[in-house]
Design a protein around this ligand. Structure first.
Ligand code: SF4
Length: 709
């Protein structure tokens, strides 16, 4: 009876990179705060067409957290905003004056909205004067970014989600899409039901839920993917299955790439040996790739989170370029991002080795262009420190102040225990987040309350380049503020107020769009020049749209490279000769290889999804998946606790016997932390090995010891 109003609001899900549209039903009750009472998948959003996974459909059940941060805190005590920001700005100013701008850093998150990301990147690179700004997206898709740039000249994802349904053959590589990108998996499964001729090959060391729809599962040796795709390139050439006219007209470097692949993987027997899978299965998968006209290779963290993730990405792209399977409906290499706005972060340049709007520090003209556009007084001139190196610099005392936004590196970075110790000794740690007691926030001097899903308002870009509005429709609770506002207010405290004087998110979006347009005649993939004059009203009613959005593509662009033109100076794609290699550390006889990943119903460090009993019902405690024969060998008992150890770091979990694991390899979920009496923080164990080009850590391959608890 007390219900005053009920309305439906169109927004987007805040979890994974699928970027589903959500219709939230908001109820206003007399004398109570408004709340979301139900959610449904948006029928009109191109990402999900009405679907939601269990995480998305529980969004309304995870709204209220007893740990919600409602007030700025300094040294654990509540303070007003001015005190928190003045004190933090003073610390930054002093440190910069004494040690230079490279002594400070920002660590951002793929959970931030594009407008938040844009102002943070502008403040750091243009005004503070350092590129020490990186993000947890480094852990997610940094390898794919470099692979795209090497092959296409720009960080360009060629395909859109419809291609997953239109293809005849889907290679799913290094991805448990059924758990990590559930709505895409649902779309693929439905397409397969409707078109039984469509075939699916899953390439993954584990037999995951994704294999339920596979015609072939190749449980290859962890990290051997580049051998597999080098072998495929050589196979295609041996069997006259190349698209020579496409190679001749649109690419460079084919002969060198083929020579390298053929030398390393001369026949399928060599591939079978390198990848430790039956030769007949290699042959079957290769034959399918060669025969089918429309092929998508869908790849994710199993490729990216590797010390050779960039090369693996390019080995995949090589096969598509060699057969012209790119730029056509149902044909492309397709990198799928983990986080909701990893792509938006890439657009603004919010990584330490990017500048802005797909420009980089490798071109002096780009630096000058951005400097002039921002009217920047302290323009950074070169790349900054990537995530793992950034926290190493904090440990070494070279970085003395860090601002961590909307992420929890004390749990999620490799050697997480070392990260915690580094933060403990850092001169100034600021955290802005919606939750006040994350493992990282506990180590901060200043903790700032930020808005979260349903309150924050701005754009996000999903894995298929689709920009959508994530709408704010509930008031910020307590003293929480939007991230972009906090950053702009901090900029003002540092004396840069006039350049961060935005009154609305749309002001920032217009500036971001205008920057993407500068001298961009097919020079860079990210281009939303047609949106630079968007009105506030059109911004508020933004319909999902895939970039590029230009004068000639005002309705957006479904797929790239349909005209055979790439973003390199000569507009030809590059083959990259790949010297395939295995992970840095091999396991000794008394060790097993640790692989980490997601469970279906949790997100990141569970600060939100861990509050819903429905989501915890799926898996409610840390576990270790182990092959039954390894259980015998290591004297374990299914259902009992076991310990994984790397040096002094330990992970405790319940033993689960499963033949989905290869012998000598174990899988653990990445979500849990040190909340319990014993540690179950998987990333405490992970070695800090990174890809030399992308800086992305090797989360999928750490040799560890295994023993009973
Ligand atoms: Fe949200 Fe991803 Fe699930 Fe879609 S698939 S509802 S974006 S978690």
């Amino acid at each position: 009876d007390n219900i005053i109003a009920r309305e439906k609001v169109a927004t987007t899900c805040c979890y994974c990179g699928v970027g589903c549209g959500v219709d939230a039903e908001v109820e206003q009750v007399a004398n109570e705060p408004s709340k979301v009472v139900a959610v449904a998948g948006s029928q009109s959003h191109p990402a999900n067409l009405g679907r939601l996974c269990v995480k998305g459909s529980s969004l309304h059940e995870t709204q209220s957290s007893p740990d919600r941060l409602l007030q700025p805190m300094l040294y654990g005590n509540p303070v007003d905003w001015d005190t928190a920001l003045d004190t933090s700005a003073d610390k930054f100013r002093q440190i910069i004056a004494e040690h230079g701008p490279d002594a400070v850093a920002f660590y951002l998150s793929g959970q931030l909205l594009t407008e938040d990301y844009y102002v943070a990147n502008k403040l750091m690179k243009g005004f503070i004067g350092t590129s020490n700004i990186d993000t947890n997206s480094r852990l997610c898709m940094a390898s794919a970014v470099v692979a795209h740039k090497r092959a296409f000249g720009s960080d360009a994802v060629p395909a859109c989600y419809e291609d997953l349904e239109q293809t005849d053959l889907l290679f799913i590589v290094g991805s448990n899409a059924a758990y990590a990108h559930p709505v895409l998996f649902q779309r693929i499964a439905k397409a397969r039901e409707e078109r039984p001729e469509m075939q699916v090959v899953v390439i993954d060391p584990r037999r995951t839920a994704t294999c339920d729809i596979a015609d072939i599962h190749l449980p290859l040796r962890p990290g051997s993917d580049a051998f597999f795709f080098n072998g495929l390139l050589a196979y295609l050439a041996r069997n006259n299955k190349l698209d020579q006219s496409f190679i001749d007209a649109h690419t460079n470097g084919f002969d060198t790439a083929l020579a390298q692949a053929s030398e390393q993987c001369p026949d399928t027997a060599d591939v079978a040996k390198a990848c430790d899978i039956p030769e007949a299965d290699v042959e079957s998968a290769y034959k399918l790739f060669a025969q089918q006209e429309k092929v998508i290779t869908f790849f994710s963290q199993g490729i990216n989170q590797s010390s050779s993730g960039v090369d693996k990405g390019n080995a995949i792209i090589n096969c598509h370029l060699a057969t012209g399977k790119i730029g056509k409906p149902g044909s492309a290499p397709f990198s799928i991002t983990g986080q909701p706005n990893a792509m938006g972060g890439r657009e603004v340049g919010g990584l330490a080795n990017q500048l802005a709007a797909h420009m980089g520090f490798d071109k002096p003209e780009d630096i000058e262009r951005v400097k002039t556009f921002w009217d920047a007084p302290n323009m950074a001139q070169s790349n900054g420190l990537k995530a793992v190196d950034m926290f190493r610099a904090i440990e070494e005392g070279k970085i003395k102040a860090v601002w961590i936004m909307a992420t929890n590196p004390a749990v999620t970075l490799p050697e997480a225990g070392r990260v915690r110790r580094a933060l403990e000794q850092c001169d100034w740690v600021m955290v802005s987040d919606c939750i006040g007691n994350t493992d990282t926030a506990k180590l901060a001097h200043a903790v700032l309350p930020a808005t979260t899903w349903s309150e924050k308002h701005g754009t996000v870009t999903n894995s298929e380049r689709c920009i959508s509005l994530q709408k704010g429709f509930l008031p910020a609770p307590g003293e929480a503020r939007h991230d972009w506002q906090i950053i702009c207010q901090f900029a003002a405290k540092l004396g840069f107020g006039k350049d961060f004087d935005y009154t609305h998110q749309a002001d920032i979006f217009r500036e971001h769009a205008a920057l993407s347009a500068l001298d961009n005649d097919h020079a860079r993939a990210f281009n939303i020049s047609a949106m630079q004059d968007i009105t506030n009203n059109d911004y508020e009613n933004l319909k999902p749209i895939r970039w590029p959005v230009t004068a000639t593509a005002g309705e957006g662009t479904d797929r790239l490279f349909s005209d055979g033109r790439f973003y390199t100076p000569d507009q030809r794609a590059n083959f990259v000769a790949i010297d395939a290699r295995l992970p840095v550390h091999a396991a000794s006889l008394d060790q097993v290889v640790l692989n980490t990943g997601r469970v279906r119903d949790q997100w990141h460090t569970m600060s939100r999804t861990g509050t819903a009993s429905k989501l915890l019902a799926h898996v409610d405690e840390p576990y270790i998946d182990i092959h039954p024969k390894d259980i015998e060998q290591f004297h374990l008992i299914p259902g009992d606790l076991a310990v994984l150890a790397n040096g002094s770091a330990k992970y405790f979990g319940r033993v689960q016997a499963t033949e989905s694991q290869r012998r000598g390899e174990v899988f653990v979920p990445m979500h849990w932390n040190n909340k319990y009496a014993v540690s179950s923080c998987a990333d405490d164990l992970v070695n800090p090995e990174v890809d030399p080009l992308s800086g992305q850590p090797e989360f999928k391959h750490t040799p560890v010891r295994l023993k009973p608890f």
